[in-house]
Ligand binder design. Structure first.
Ligand code: ZN
Length: 394
């Protein structure tokens, strides 16, 4: 067993739920890592002996960001679509087909190389856990191979055969729903922890409540946890369906009525509202009202939704700055949502906070205070501590 002491921590933000801001901040702190787990936290003056020592010279240590919603495995890009949207074309989910064609045409080696590069990019920005969805294959073979590749990078893989109806099934929607809920699901399930559906009646390409329920129930019966894309493009059934099915997360939540907010508040132990403000930024859409959700008692998380269409950014610090600027969150609430909140949306108690017994997944800020995450938008002050022998992506 090897141990590493991390000393000289000017501000240790544990996100352990204590203190008025729930950040559990300690000054002049140290921690000891043993075999990838946190073995000890306390005052720097009391640091026990360890095999190795890293002095972070007064910097901030926070839990590594948990990016609980990404579409990271794909080929090609849609920069032209982005430029068109910025000059006035609305988004309706149709551009996904462009990425599906490019992903189907890519080799396994190409997809692996592209995904590895994106994972390096997000680690460099302080993210230590990433959820990765399929959904750009939309054939049994392509959903299977994208999940197989993604599962080499994370345990948090999600089967999203129910992303959109592919072009070859437009005249046979029920045939595609049966494929997703049947043979495709059973091929994908060994490589997926979760199942997700784009439940969005406002998009002609996505799925209505009955179609989504059918797919998600089949996934749950196959042993997968449930997640839902809901209420992104307009008011809709996604939130109520997620709560009905005991989903761990319902993501976007941009358009909520009072009944949706009440349902999320009542389900705060089980179903997290995951907000993805990078999407609203990149599609120039109205932002969700995070403060309203928190005031009602709902659980919230923040994630990037990194994808080639509506938000091609893997930066959790940027998402935090957007959440503070545009969603009405305090810097403390935003940091909690991007760590402990998103860990809860993955039903993980071992990440998203720094306490003895949790994984030693943390990030360092080149700053004197965590406030700089929101205060210095776009500046790369966060990074993982890759020199730690135990550091890894979970
Ligand atoms: Zn998404």
């Amino acid at each position: 067993m090897s141990s590493t002491a991390v000393t000289g921590i000017g501000e240790l933000v544990t996100c352990d739920g204590t203190g008025s801001d729930k950040l559990g901040i300690q000054s002049n702190a140290a921690l000891v890592v043993e075999d990838g787990m946190i073995a000890w936290i306390g005052s720097a003056a009391d640091t026990p002996a360890a095999d190795a020592r890293i002095d972070v010279a007064g910097r901030v240590i926070i839990p590594g960001f948990v990016d609980s919603h990404s579409h990271l495995i794909f080929a090609g890009d849609r920069a032209t679509e982005f430029a068109a949207r910025m000059t006035g074309q609305p988004y309706d989910g149709g551009g996904i087909g462009v990425t599906v064609a490019a992903t189907r045409a890519a080799t396994d080696e190409e997809l692996t190389r592209l995904l590895a590069a994106r994972v390096r990019e997000l680690r460099a920005l302080g993210t230590t856990t990433i959820e990765i969805k399929s959904g750009y294959g939309l054939t049994l073979a392509d959903e299977l191979r994208t999940l197989q590749i993604a599962s080499q990078f994370t345990t948090e893989t999600t089967f999203l055969g129910g992303h959109v109806v592919p072009a070859e099934y437009v005249a046979d929607r029920s045939g595609y729903v049966d494929l997703v809920a049947g043979p495709m699901l059973h091929a994908a399930a060994p490589y997926a922890r979760w199942i997700d559906v784009f439940c969005e009646p406002h998009s002609p390409h996505a799925f209505d409540a009955d179609e989504a329920r059918h797919i998600l129930k089949a996934g749950a019966a196959a042993g997968l946890g449930v997640r839902v894309h809901g209420n992104q493009l307009g008011p809709g059934p996604g939130v109520q369906l997620a709560v009905e099915l005991g989903a761990a997360s319902v993501d976007h939540c941009t358009y909520l009525d009072d009944a949706d907010v009440d349902a999320l508040a009542a389900a705060e132990e089980d179903t997290v509202a995951t907000l993805l403000p990078g999407v609203e930024f990149c599609t120039r859409s109205p932002y969700p009202d995070a403060a309203r959700l928190l005031a009602a008692g709902a659980s919230i998380a923040l994630a990037t939704d990194c994808n080639p269409g509506t938000c091609y950014s893997s930066s959790m610090p940027w998402v935090i700055s957007l959440a503070v600027r545009e969603l009405g969150l305090t810097p403390a609430q935003a940091l909690l949502a991007a760590t402990a909140g998103s860990a809860k949306s993955l039903r993980r108690g071992d990440i998203g906070r720094l306490v003895p017994g949790s994984r030693a997944d943390f990030a360092m800020l080149d700053a004197p205070s965590y406030l700089h995450l929101a205060y210095r938008p776009g500046v790369p002050i966060a990074r993982t501590l890759d020199e730690l022998p135990e550091s890894h992506l979970t």
